[in-house]
Design a protein around this ligand. Structure first.
Ligand SMILES: Nc1ncnc2c1ncn2[C@@H]1O[C@H](COP(=O)(O)OP(=O)(O)OP(=O)(O)O)[C@@H](O)[C@H]1O
Length: 726
């Protein structure tokens, strides 16, 4: 393009730009320069305006991110001492193991000492012969015989060598013979002198020692006299190669691609190290692979590592990216490691305001749970350890003398019967009567929420600044703000009850929502964590969850919370023998794998006797345990009066549905939406049964469930009598 062309182009450009409404001012010199300058790497594909704005590259060559100080401040500090030295239980565990190991070895050999002695005595003659033969061979320079023979066999060519060797032998035999002769000359009379002059014990010790030495010498190399007290199991050290090999065996395409590239995609941000009784590897999985993908294949990973499944525990690292995996490989399967005793089993009291010992993690470290301001749901398939875990929490509650404990065990096997001696209310059985009583107990707790809320709101701000129960407030019996623990084992029996379930679910949901600040703790255990047996409100609001083995994703998420399965927290990976082992969510920031402490019914009974004695001393034994009628509440204290109000005296019997319609008109806030079964259940605690009521409607005769007015008046009179007497 010549100069004229260029001028024409810029003239046109100038006029076009002048026509634009925005009338942007363009620096023509710059545009000229841009045309003549070499193409700028930073300009975008559109050029034009971009040249002026200085388009930004997607990947800036400039170093960005936190500065030096920020990086130094954000750096992770390694612990001064190894984990096992900082954790008392781990230290005690290690010390206990060492003492046990040494003790076992000593006892093992002590028992076998007579056998070892006899064995050595039998072998001593062989040993003596071996010793004599050895001395003779040494004195006669037998070790050089082979060389001398070889030199002799080579004939004249090796005469000089032979003569040299023969001279060497003569010299050796001469001085070695002298040593032997001298030893005999001094040794034999010395031995004789010891035999005659020394006390018997010294002679016996000398003969014993000689026998042992000769016996040891006489033992064949392949049959040692002393057998091994412990056979160490060889645990192969975990290496990055093993981890990569195991990951490669999972059939995950991204991992295989990363490994095919030479392992570039799998990283190890920290060295693999010993962590408690196992190895810990921090692994950066290939891009796009999440820890959940690996956890899903835990059994295959274990196979790839050539370790039992119970030894292999991959976990996400919550404050890292989704591909950072903490792989812990134990020396022994978790379910084979002896479970430590519950720390409060023999002595001690508990405070529900402090963390209470609940179990241990894979590394044997104590895991605690704080019950106050919280609730807990425990779920699993049958026989995995729900009741045992619940019992541990209840035993801790029993050991806090301030706590009022209400125990409902709806299986009927008496797994929690030890707690009857401390419980303010107690019941065992899956029958309707127990479920009804449990519901009354729940109503009592629910009603108490209101009282507690009123007490707290009436307290001055300096006594109760956070508007919640504190240990100081709980210690004042006049306020009635002590911890109130309500537990329902096999709660599915109640929640899926055709008549009682709806009300129980609603009340428990309310207790879960309002109870924590008011010192009310709800503990639920279920073996059927499904929609029908676990009201949504409970599932959504419960704070802490412990999920032992379950069979599918739905049950997992029902207990642990929505999306836990997707996040890799999968109680489905536990095996049949992982009893008492589960995911504990909510007790700490991250989900933890915990083996709950195990206490059997005999131990539980003993602990409860201790707790009862402490409660008697503190004057806090109440209700059922104290032989009093437990405090329970009926569905509605005004129900009887309400029914009498809507059922005129001339009407002897009325259908449930008609009664509900009238009640709903009277008090819609209470009775709206009630169903016939709910009314039946609400009347049960008063001892009122529904009956068949026949009625003609539109010329047709209908028979439906209904209520007799006489029953209501009788129940109301009885209640009033009791009230007056009380
Ligand atoms: N923490 C534990 N450590 C070792 N073994 C345990 C542990 N918890 C439970 N077990 C074993 O599992 C068995 C069943 O426990 P538990 O009765 O608590 O199960 P469950 O889930 O409540 O059963 P179900 O659903 O039938 O009531 C116990 O008898 C015990 O042998």
């Amino acid at each position: 393009m010549n100069h004229e062309d260029e001028n024409e182009l810029f003239a046109r450009l100038e006029s076009e730009l002048a026509e634009q409404e925005s009338a942007d001012v363009v620096d023509l010199d710059k545009v000229r320069t841009a045309r003549t300058a070499p193409p700028d790497e930073t300009s975008g594909p559109e050029g034009g305006d971009g040249a002026d704005d200085g388009a930004v590259m997607v990947d800036s060559p400039a170093v960005s991110g936190p500065g030096l100080m920020e990086r130094i401040r954000g750096a992770r500090r390694n612990a001064l001492l190894p984990g096992w030295l900082r954790s008392k239980p781990e230290l005690l565990d290690a010390a206990g193991w060492l003492i046990g190991h040494v003790g076992h070895t000593a006892a093992y050999h002590a028992i076998r000492t007579p056998y070892y002695a006899a064995n050595l005595a039998v072998r001593a003659p062989v040993g003596a012969a071996k010793f004599t033969g050895g001395v003779l061979r040494w004195a006669s320079d037998a070790e050089g015989a082979a060389q001398r023979q070889a030199a002799a066999d080579r004939g004249n060519a090796a005469v000089a060598d032979y003569l040299k060797l023969a001279r060497l032998r003569d010299r050796r035999v001469r001085w070695r013979g002298a040593v032997v002769a001298l030893s005999l000359l001094v040794g034999l009379p010395a031995a004789l002198a010891v035999h005659i002059l020394a006390p018997t014990w010294l002679t016996a010790t000398a003969i014993g020692a000689l026998t042992l030495v000769l016996g040891r010498l006489g033992a064949p190399a392949d049959r040692p006299v002393i057998s091994r007290a412990v056979v160490p199991t060889r645990v192969e050290r975990l290496t990055s190669g093993m981890v990569e090999r195991a990951l490669g065996s999972l059939g995950i395409a991204e991992v295989n691609k990363a490994l095919a590239k030479g392992g570039e995609g799998i990283g190890f941000p920290h060295p693999i190290r010993q962590d408690g009784p196992g190895w810990r590897a921090d692994v950066d999985l290939p891009h796009g692979v999440t820890v959940a993908d690996i956890m899903d294949r835990r059994d295959r990973l274990a196979s790839g590592l050539r370790r039992p499944v119970g030894c292999v525990w991959p976990e996400p690292v919550s404050d890292e990216h989704a591909g950072r995996m903490m792989l812990w490989v134990g020396h022994r399967p978790l379910n084979k490691v002896a479970s430590p005793a519950w720390p409060l089993a023999k002595t001690g009291e508990a405070s529900l305001f402090d963390p209470i010992p609940f179990g241990t993690d894979q590394r044997g470290r104590k895991v605690e749970a704080t019950l106050i301001y919280d609730n807990m749901l425990i779920g699993a398939i049958p026989r995995m350890g729900k009741t045992v875990a619940l019992r541990t929490l209840l035993l801790a509650a029993a050991l806090d003398v301030r706590a009022e404990v209400l125990v409902w065990e709806l299986k009927g096997t008496g797994d929690l019967e030890g707690l009857e001696q401390v419980a303010a209310d107690y019941g065992s059985g899956p029958d309707d009567a127990t479920c009804t009583a449990a519901l009354s107990s729940i109503r009592y707790v629910h009603k108490d929420l209101e009282r507690r809320a009123k007490v707290i709101s009436s307290l001055p701000k300096d006594t109760c600044p956070d508007k919640k129960v504190t240990p100081e407030l709980a210690a004042k019996p006049s306020l009635g703000l002590h911890p109130l623990v309500l537990s329902v084992d096999e709660c599915q029996e109640l929640f899926s009850h055709p008549e009682l379930g709806k009300e129980a679910g609603e009340l428990c949901t309310d207790i879960i929502k309002r109870g924590p600040a008011l010192g009310v703790i709800l503990l639920l255990a279920t073996q059927r964590p499904d929609k029908a047996s676990l009201p949504t409100g409970i599932k959504a609001n419960i704070g802490s969850r412990f999920c032992l083995r379950v069979m599918d994703q739905d049950a997992n998420d029902m207990v642990l919370g929505t999306s836990m399965y997707k996040g890799g927290i999968r109680a489905t990976t536990f095996t049949r023998s992982d009893k008492g082992i589960g995911y504990l969510v909510g007790a700490a920031d991250d989900p933890q794998i915990v083996r709950a402490y195990y206490t059997d019914t005999v131990q539980a009974d003993r602990i409860c006797r201790r707790a009862r004695a402490a409660r008697i001393k503190a004057g806090t034994l109440t209700g059922h345990a104290a032989g009093q009628t437990p405090e329970r509440a009926s569905a509605n204290t005004t129900l009887l009066a309400d029914i009498l109000a809507v059922m005129p005296a001339k009407e002897a019997k009325v259908w449930n549905e008609t009664l509900i319609e009238r009640l709903a008109e009277l008090r819609p806030e209470i009775y709206q939406g009630w169903e016939g079964e709910q009314l039946t259940a609400a009347l049960k605690p008063f001892g009122i049964e529904t009956v068949q009521v026949g009625k003609r409607v539109g010329g047709k005769f209908h028979n439906r469930r209904g209520i007799t007015r006489a029953d209501i008046t009788r129940a109301a009179a009885e209640r009033d009598r009791n009230r007056d007497a009380g």
